[in-house]
Design a protein around this ligand. Structure first.
Ligand SMILES: Cc1ncc(COP(=O)(O)O)c(C=O)c1O
Length: 382
């Protein structure tokens, strides 16, 4: 199977229970949710409802009908931005955003004339919340921040930024792609109005699952219009949640897999997961320093980052290193810009990008040992 160190892209392996639940639903149920009155459809409905409830509990939210299923965090972010922002609105964001946020903002800048302020971050990826406050204007209509950078791993001060946003009544959207499932999130305590997450990374669910939690009373227009399984004679999208935003047949098999993934995380305990990832990150930081000519980016402190670590080896292209790791050692890492070009500008790697390891719950210290030994051989230090 090799050594999988690309968990920041998607987690692997998934818990056995996840695959089993998807398989069994496909074999023995297969009915759509929210559309049928027969037993199997009602069972599908119940499982979807339970997943909604599990997600609400998981993020300490008390209104499960405002947990909206989407196909991934990218869709959730598009939903919010397209649904809120109008001509001339101003948006504040970080300098570390994934293209899920950045391209969506740039498109709205081009097509709706919105204006964007990206708050500068330090070389380690730290943002000062005071800079966010200073950037607020009369027409600031949204603040959007990634919770943790997918290039540097740096955790952003969302609670502090959220408090500023709350004080001024500006909705605060958090992209939790790199934190949901590996880092505790409390939507109330963390002052989050709109929490966008994806199901297939730290939450250990299937691809094609994700969601948005709406903890805000302002108007959001739906991204899609169509069938919701009810009110069929009404010619427009219903206004009530979750149907306002959930159009078309849901990914029931994926959602059922996500349900098992959430139960798995609850069984293990998020603190246990966080603790293991921190230990592995600390170990990786220690051991990677042994590699000659290595440049490690980011905070180099497991208390301040999730299990994402970027590096380069001086004198060899990242692509060559990644290719050799795969071909000669069966070690899987990511290389390039990781869909976050602005983050690379901060560390001066906007041309070549970085090599990135994404540590997951099923990695062990021995995986890091093998990576370090392989890198030493590649650099000719063995
Ligand atoms: C910070 C961040 N935001 C958004 C995304 C997009 O995730 P998805 O492809 O599941 O929508 C990713 C994944 O690469 C990410 O790391």
């Amino acid at each position: 199977m090799g050594i999988y160190l690309d968990n920041a892209a998607t987690s692997f392996p998934k818990p056995q229970e996840v695959a089993k639940a998807v398989y069994e639903y496909m074999l023995y149920n297969g009915a759509t949710a929210g559309r049928g009155a027969y037993g199997r459809a009602m069972e599908a409905d119940r499982l979807v409802y339970e997943t909604r409830k599990l997600l609400a509990d998981f993020f300490h939210f008390n209104d499960s009908k405002k947990v909206i299923f989407t196909s991934n965090v990218t869709e959730s972010i598009n939903l919010v931005m397209n649904g809120i922002l109008k001509q001339g609105d101003h948006v504040i964001t970080s300098s570390l955003e994934h293209n899920a946020v950045w391209r969506c903002l740039k498109t709205l800048e081009r097509d709706r004339g919105i204006r964007i302020t990206a708050i500068p971050a330090t070389k380690e990826g730290f943002t000062n919340p005071e800079d966010v406050e200073k950037a607020i204007q009369q027409n600031t209509r949204l603040i959007v921040f990634t919770h943790a950078s997918n290039v540097l791993g740096t955790i952003q001060p969302v609670r502090e930024i959220g408090a500023i946003a709350r004080k001024l009544g500006i909705p605060f959207l958090v992209d939790a792609a790199q934190t949901a499932g590996v880092y505790p999130i409390d939507i109330e305590k963390d002052n989050i109005d709109l929490l966008a997450f994806t199901g297939h990374k730290g939450l250990m669910g299937p691809m094609g699952t994700g969601g948005l939690i709406i903890n805000w009373n302002g108007v959001i227009n739906p991204l899609k219009h169509g069938g919701t399984g009810g009110d069929s004679a009404y010619e427009f999208q219903p206004e009530y949640y979750p149907n306002k935003f959930e159009t078309g047949t849901l990914n029931v098999s994926g959602i059922i897999g996500l349900r098992e993934a959430l139960r798995f995380i609850q069984k293990e305990g998020i603190e246990t997961i966080l603790d293991k990832e921190k230990r592995l990150l600390t170990y990786a930081l220690e051991r990677l320093c042994e590699v000659k000519n290595i440049i490690i980016y980011g905070p180099k402190d497991a208390e301040k980052a999730v299990g994402v670590l970027s590096f380069n080896l001086k004198g060899i292209s990242g692509e060559d290193v990644a290719y050799r790791l795969d071909q000669d050692y069966n070690i899987m890492v990511r290389v390039g810009l990781h869909c976050a070009p602005t983050a690379h500008r901060i560390i001066g790697t906007e041309k070549e990008g970085t090599l990135r390891i994404g540590i997951g719950y099923f990695n062990e210290k021995s995986d890091i040992d093998k990576l370090v030994e392989a890198l030493k051989e590649i650099i000719g230090d063995k």
